[in-house]
Design a protein around this ligand. Structure first.
Ligand SMILES: Cc1cc2nc3c(=O)[nH]c(=O)nc-3n(C[C@H](O)[C@H](O)[C@H](O)COP(=O)(O)OP(=O)(O)OC[C@H]3O[C@@H](n4cnc5c(N)ncnc54)[C@H](O)[C@@H]3O)c2cc1C
Length: 376
């Protein structure tokens, strides 16, 4: 039988592949990703402050999948032919085609409309670019390092707290958001705690303000119809999530996202779409939590199709939100209601995330590493 092909080895794709591999007698599983590493994005901020090491949050697929029947292929998928049931990918400069019996698309989101000169914070490469810019500034003789973060969602707030802690006295951090409050989609308790931590770190917050231009020497902000220029060393762009343009152009897309039914199938029933690129009804947030839960249902539903069993409708269970608020601190709103914060919140978040890592081997490696660092 033709393989089950999974495109994208993130929270949707990798976790589907691992769940499928645990089920009996499924066809060969091929996982394609353009990177050779999985990335646990919720802990990407901690790489900036040295709280985690690269191997913890970005393990290589080769290592993760070593004890599984999943075949990993490194390649950039550029096209899907839903009629012909194959994907086209570019690998080591060669264009190849791969036929599938079932296809899972989970290539994740991109940051839209990023102005030239602004940095994004989504990938390992983004994190290292920011880190090297910070090092350059830290090693210079300037007494202030000025950072503007466009976007006051959880990502902007988490970055602001981490950067404030990393830069200390030299840091001048500013969050700019055109809305009238930060973390608008977060539980109220997390918003309150975040505001307190931002205030403690003297982070400036400019609400109802837009970044209208990024220039070599700074940014132009628009507030109340007036434009003002602000000298800045780093501009970070954390505004929004969009679907990659080649996915938007697929015939199974509605021009924005890929609509899916209750079973996570798109208009071609053998094709599933998960995570940031899929459009479920009712709409779901673009989070790892959603993608991981969808992955489990996707694996079950492919298995059920193979066996001729009835499919399982996907139900999302919001487990709450955890945000890091600087080094050694975090806020967690469990089931969006029960708050845990400060250092306890930090350790709770770290332990929950160990349990969310993709394989038991990797979870154990990290856990042993934590225990060894406690003794130092
Ligand atoms: C900094 C940051 C922090 C976050 N923190 C949280 C958090 O605390 N909690 C939470 O729930 N969510 C968080 N999110 C959101 C979360 O990361 C995403 O919602 C989640 O990763 C979506 O899963 P996915 O499977 O759709 O895509 P991803 O996990 O992004 O995986 C997509 C994969 O597809 C691969 N890929 C992309 N294009 C191609 C291609 N053309 N060919 C082959 N492979 C391709 C990529 O390399 C990647 O491995 C955060 C996101 C960021 C950027």
């Amino acid at each position: 039988m033709k393989p089950i092909v999974i495109v994208g080895g993130g929270f949707g794709g990798l976790y589907t592949a691992l769940s499928l591999a645990r089920l009996p007698a499924v066809p060969p599983i091929v996982l394609i990703d353009r990177n050779d590493r999985f990335l646990f994005t919720p802990l990407l901020y901690e790489l900036l402050t040295g709280e985690v090491e690269e191997w913890e949050i970005a393990p290589r697929f080769r290592d993760l999948l070593a004890d599984t029947p999943i075949e990993f292929r490194l390649g950039n998928v550029t096209q899907v032919d839903v009629e012909g049931k194959y994907v086209q990918m570019v690998s080591e400069g060669m264009i190849t085609q791969l036929e599938y019996s079932y296809l899972v698309l989970a290539v994740g989101g991109v940051t839209p409309n990023v102005p030239g000169g602004a940095l994004t914070f989504r990938t390992l490469g983004d994190c290292y670019r920011l880190d090297s810019k910070l090092r350059e500034l830290e090693n210079s003789d300037r007494d202030r390092i000025r950072v503007v973060i466009a976007g006051g969602g959880t990502s902007g707030v988490e970055l602001a707290c981490k950067l404030a802690d990393r830069l200390g006295e030299r840091g001048r951090i500013r969050i700019v958001d055109r809305n009238d409050r930060l973390m608008a989609r977060s539980p109220a308790i997390n918003r309150r705690l975040a505001l307190r931590e931002l205030e403690e770190r003297s982070v400036w917050i400019d609400l109802r303000t837009s970044v209208v231009a990024v220039k070599a020497e700074g940014v132009s902000l628009q507030v109340n119809g007036h434009t003002e220029d602000l000298p800045t060393d780093i501009v970070l762009w954390t505004v929004g999530t969009a679907v990659p343009s080649w996915v938007q152009e697929l015939p199974i897309s509605n021009g924005h996202k890929i609509p899916v039914n209750a079973y996570l199938q798109c208009s071609a029933p053998e094709v599933f779409a998960l995570g940031d690129i899929s459009q479920f009804s009712p709409p779901l947030p673009a989070t790892a939590q959603v993608a991981i839960q969808q992955a489990q249902y996707c694996a079950w539903n492919i298995f059920h199709l193979l066996r001729g069993y009835p499919l399982l409708p996907f139900t999302y269970v919001p487990l709450g939100e955890m945000v890091s608020l600087g080094t050694d601190r975090a806020a967690a709103a469990l089931f969006n209601r029960f708050p845990v914060n400060g250092n306890l919140g930090y350790w709770l978040r770290r332990l929950v995330y160990v349990g969310r890592m993709p394989t038991l081997n990797h979870q154990l490696r990290i856990f042993v590493h934590y225990l060894s660092t406690l003794n130092r």
